[in-house]
Design a protein around this ligand. Structure first.
Ligand SMILES: Nc1ncnc2c1ncn2[C@@H]1O[C@H](COP(=O)(O)OP(=O)(O)O)[C@@H](O)[C@H]1O
Ligand SMILES: [Mg+2]
Length: 257
């Protein structure tokens, strides 16, 4: 079943054509990575897929509905969430409060101040549950900005999970953390997706070990177009795609039969 699709999407910024006719579909059960060199259009594509901006032409559909430019709040209600780097937006909040922002918005209690939610047991039970899934249960009262970098990343992802989405969109979930932490983050993320029933994950990721280690499918962009779209083995088998998009074979590529 197709959850999310882009159909012949174009996006211009003045004279710049950031996306030039991109078509792709994400089905339930898939982990899809979007890769490509700088300027290929990855962030633009994620912004379109997450309803953040509208395509200049073409359509973005989520569960069959046109969601071009509908905005993150309506899209979250339909079942899609994107990690928003809330740790950067609200550095003074505690870990618990950061997750609570997402829980509160999902439960439709967004008009009340956090202080008024101090005794809202449903909110804090859910915050504790999400924190526990992401290994942050012991850090609920800690200011988010004081977390190690890897835990900040997990907190951002946890906030997106707190929206209880069917599909989750992540823009470089492991950027800025050590290689060991990257794998730990992905293990937690994939495990959490299974536990809370997330049906599909779409990520933009630069680290090719992560991309090739976790994806069911890889979509390679170059200059605003889809250069390749297929399972990791087919991407690895195409030297011209690797050269254009990765710049070099990923570590371990030689071991693939
Ligand atoms: N807001 C914008 N205004 C003008 N040009 C933009 C804007 N956003 C992106 N672009 C251009 O669109 C192209 C794709 O950018 P982007 O989606 O950020 O690529 P990536 O994330 O793959 O590095 C680039 O040429 C970039 O300069
Ligand atoms: Mg980008």
């Amino acid at each position: 079943m197709t959850l999310l699709e882009a159909v012949d999407v174009r996006k211009r910024y003045g004279n710049v054509v950031a996306l030039d006719g991109v078509t792709l579909a994400v089905a339930a059960g898939e982990f899809v990575s979007i890769i490509g060199p700088n300027g290929a259009g990855k962030t633009t594509l994620v912004n379109l897929l997450s309803g953040q901006s509208a395509p200049s032409s073409g359509a973005v559909r989520f569960k069959g509905r046109d969601v071009g430019g509908v905005g993150p709040v309506r899209l979250a209600r339909l079942g899609m969430a994107r990690a928003f780097q809330l740790v950067h937006v609200f550095p003074a909040l505690t870990v618990g409060e950061t997750i609570a922002v997402a829980v509160v918005s999902r439960l439709g209690r967004g008009r009340r101040w956090l202080a008024a939610l101090a005794h809202d047991r449903a909110v804090w039970e859910e915050v504790a549950e999400v924190a526990e899934i992401f290994g942050l249960g012991g850090a609920l009262g800690r200011p988010a900005r004081t977390l190690p970098q890897g835990d900040k990343k997990l907190l951002d992802v946890a906030s997106a999970f707190a929206l209880r989405p069917e599909l989750i969109l992540l823009d470089e979930p492991t950027s800025g953390v050590s290689t060991a932490d990257k794998h730990a983050i992905m293990e937690v993320l994939v495990g959490a997706a299974r536990r809370v029933g997330v049906k599909a994950i779409v990520q933009v990721e630069h680290d090719m070990d992560i991309v090739f280690g976790y994806s069911d499918r890889i979509v390679a962009l170059q200059q605003g177009r889809v250069l390749a779209d297929g399972p990791p083995a087919s991407i690895l088998a195409d030297e011209s795609v690797l050269a254009a998009v990765v710049g070099r074979p990923p570590a371990g590529a030689g071991r693939v039969r």
